[in-house]
Design a protein around this ligand. Structure first.
Ligand code: PLP
Length: 393
């Protein structure tokens, strides 16, 4: 019996465990400290009433023989796929219901999609990055080429024609940096993918945070993307489904390699290894796309957006270089006085009792940077920024 030895190549994931350890140690010696946590990328607002009502009704249906449902379609109920297709039409993107696959979240699909692609492929991943992209490829033993996101390209790297790759990861708006591509930037990536016969894995988990219609919410707003991109999206950040679990992946029928339909391959993979998302959750997700549900969700997003503005204003006032916050719940700033990410973490914990996330936890290029999230209560965020401003002026 042989193990998958690629797992031995994974780095230990120390980031959030080290953060928790440091906070617990600090609390032991400072039991009265009022610590404000702005580190974790999890939503804090509860599900909207419209969603809760839809799930409650669905749960009651499941308790009556006349409306009970067993296994649902692996690809997701048509009522939800129709709602998602309609959502895309708001961005003038035409997606058919059979191009949408409902899942328990973007993270699972981003990992599982690799089943369709040989381990011989080379992947291009920006640094810094959402760590799951890196680890899922290490597990399969794929060769990874990192593309540098940094201060000079405002953490939005563009393709380099000298580099050849088969799979490209793009996350926009980005976790951890909050940077978001405009149509011109994405067009360059689409052209690069077409020229290299590559496929883009486009993670749009944070698209709902885009303010206005100037920036693309979907890669399919770019001409040619249906021939070279798979889009992964989620209700986690948009509708607070981090604990409820629901996402969706779009694979256009036009996306083919070696004359094989990627949509058909994924359908085959999902119907073999996945039995769908619960009916109750899918009814909740459908409500998240209804007129009233969207209105209630937008109120929450507006709240997080106001929080992001408080953070951005504070960071600006303190005089740090930063990006994000406008189209994203994340604010990514450069640590002052050449401090390392962990030095900044310790300094903010000890002097301001504020917890954020060291940028180095997201890749080599994150060193010297720091992430703060707008998921939290307005009062606490106000207080946290007042403490930080006081420290640096
Ligand atoms: N993609 C990005 C960039 C994320 O930051 C996250 C979660 O933090 C996910 C995907 C995971 O989303 P889901 O909750 O739908 O699995």
């Amino acid at each position: 019996m042989k193990l998958n030895n690629n797992y031995q190549n994974l780095k230990k994931d120390y980031l959030f465990s080290t953060i928790n350890k440091k906070v617990e140690e600090y609390k032991k010696t400072n039991p009265n400290a009022d610590i404000i946590k702005l580190g974790i990328g999890d939503v804090t607002k509860p599900l909207c009433p419209e969603i809760v009502e839809a799930m409650t009704k669905a749960a009651q249906e499941m308790g009556k023989s006349s409306t009970f449902r067993g296994y649902g379609p692996e690809q997701g109920y048509l009522f939800l796929r129709e709602s998602i297709a309609k959502y895309y039409s708001d961005f003038e993107v035409s997606i058919k219901e059979d191009e949408i696959f409902v899942s328990d979240g973007a993270k699972s699909d981003l990992g599982n999609i690799l089943d369709l692609f040989s381990g011989d492929n080379t992947v291009l991943i920006p640094d810094p990055v959402y760590p799951a992209y890196v680890d899922t490829n290490i597990m399969d033993g794929r060769k990874i080429i990192y593309i540098g996101a940094n201060e000079s390209n405002k953490f939005l790297p563009l393709p380099d024609d000298r580099i050849k790759s088969d799979i490209i990861y793009i996350c926009s708006p980005n976790n951890p940096t909050g940077a978001a591509y405009d149509k011109e930037g994405l067009k360059k990536w689409v052209n690069y993918a077409i020229n290299n016969d590559a496929i883009i894995f486009y993670d749009s988990a944070y698209e709902a945070f885009i303010d206005g219609y100037n920036l693309p919410h979907s890669i399919y707003q770019i001409e040619g993307a249906k021939e070279c991109a798979i889009e992964f999206c989620s209700l986690s950040k948009r509708a607070g489904f981090t604990g409820t679990r629901c996402g969706y992946t779009v694979i256009p029928k036009k996306l083919k390699r070696n004359n094989v339909s990627i949509n058909e391959l994924w359908f085959r993979r999902q119907s073999t290894k996945f039995n769908g998302v619960s009916y109750i959750v899918q009814r909740g997700a459908q409500a998240a796309f209804s007129i009233e549900g969207s209105k209630q969700i937008n109120e929450n997003i507006f709240y997080y957006r106001e929080n992001a503005k408080i953070i951005s204003d504070g960071i600006k006032f303190a005089g740090f270089w930063f990006i994000g916050g406008k189209h994203s719940p994340y604010i990514w700033f450069k640590c002052p006085n050449k401090m390392s990410s962990w030095e900044m973490f310790d300094y903010l914990l000890e002097k301001a009792n504020v917890v954020g996330t060291p940028g180095c936890g997201f890749g080599k290029n994150g060193e010297g940077f720091f992430r703060i999230t707008s998921f939290g209560s307005k009062d606490k965020i106000f207080e946290a920024m007042a403490r930080i401003k006081k420290l640096f002026i």
